[in-house]
Ligand binder design. Structure first.
Ligand code: SF4
Length: 84
């Protein structure tokens, strides 16, 4: 019964979760990316590439972070430089 109620609420909600994709985001091999990694068991997850800030798009008050299109739309970045 509770599960049915939850599914009904989810179906009615116009709000959808959006998450950057670490395998597709342009930042994944950029020299300016946040290089934070998290190790879970034997797996290393590159959490930094999907963060909202990097060396070019800094936190406020310097900037508001990466543009939405870069984070969520796999957009290109004018500052991108492939890491050597
Ligand atoms: S400079 Fe652009 S491509 Fe590089 S990490 Fe920042 S937002 Fe991503």
């Amino acid at each position: 019964m509770a599960k049915d109620n939850m599914n009904a609420k989810e179906a009615q909600s116009p709000v959808k979760g959006q998450f950057p994709n670490q395998d597709e985001i342009v930042c994944k091999d950029c020299a300016f990316r946040d290089k934070t990694k998290v190790k879970i068991g034997n797996k290393e997850i590159v959490v930094g590439v999907t963060k909202a800030f990097c060396e070019k798009y800094k936190a406020p008050p310097e900037s508001n972070g990466k543009p939405h299109e870069i984070l969520f739309g796999n957009g290109i970045c004018e500052h991108y430089e492939k890491e050597e």
